[in-house]
Design a protein around this ligand. Sequence first.
Ligand SMILES: Cc1cc2nc3c(=O)[nH]c(=O)nc-3n(C[C@H](O)[C@H](O)[C@H](O)COP(=O)(O)O)c2cc1C
Length: 277
Amino acid sequence: MRAFNGDIEDIIRKRKSCRSYSDRKIGNDIMAEVMTMLRDVESIATSAIQLKYLGGSGTKGNERVGTYGMISGATDYIAIIARREGNDPVEIGRLFETAVIQLADLGLDTCWLGGSFNRKDFEGRLDLGSSEYIPIVSPVGYGKERFSILDSSVRAMVGADTRKPWNEMFFNENALNPLEKDKAGAFRIPLEMVRLGPSASNKQPWRVIVDSKGCHFYLSRDKGYGLKTYDLQLNDIGIAMCHFELTASQWGMAGSWKSESHPATPAEWEYVRSYII
Ligand SMILES: Cc1cc2nc3c(=O)[nH]c(=O)nc-3n(C[C@H](O)[C@H](O)[C@H](O)COP(=O)(O)O)c2cc1C
């Protein structure tokens, strides 16, 4: 995987979903880096996924069809192609966010689209096998200098500029004992980077319990949300894992993801994975 130009913490702090794009084209050098990076992300996948770049015409002039008017001015998109059977939305989330963070490091704007895009429209532009589909796409390009009314109104609708406080998401030893930021030690920055991540409708369903083994990640679902076509909230956990791992390894806490025995939790939390140091 290409090394980041910037500091991972800065990249995560600065990334914001962008829904209005300028006419500025992506230059050849950056485009070459993007293409190599997409192949690199595919190579770390443990299941059959592909990342495709849809350049040139994109949905320009046809945005209402492609993204239901949710994105404006974008000509280029990336799309992730997965198999209908045996796909893992956690892995898809981790991989797509790795690409998003890499694009941010290259100075490019993006916006995860899991709901507001026309799957048939995008699938029709790629030569997909009958067992394949597109769970997620994102526009890629340079955002307008200031957020547009479109951006501001979507951001206001989902409260995109706020995040839940630490005591609702991170816990020490058990789910009743909130972890104070000042007492999180070496996990403080990696967990803060989880908190700042994007999530579907900004619902931030991540819950983490820290104990002597490492960090145990759970999903606290909004009942019935994001399940219509695909499990969007498991994507959110993959995003959290991506941010956590990139930051933890930078802070010298290289670990690995395992399914481990984990602390008991409220019934509505689903255990997903543990980061074991
Ligand atoms: C899995 C997932 C699906 C998303 N789907 C959409 C979407 O369909 N339409 C959209 O406008 N934004 C979508 N978003 C973007 C979120 O609304 C956005 O990440 C969140 O509001 C936080 O804002 P930020 O990304 O600027 O930090 C999605 C984000 C994620 C992680």
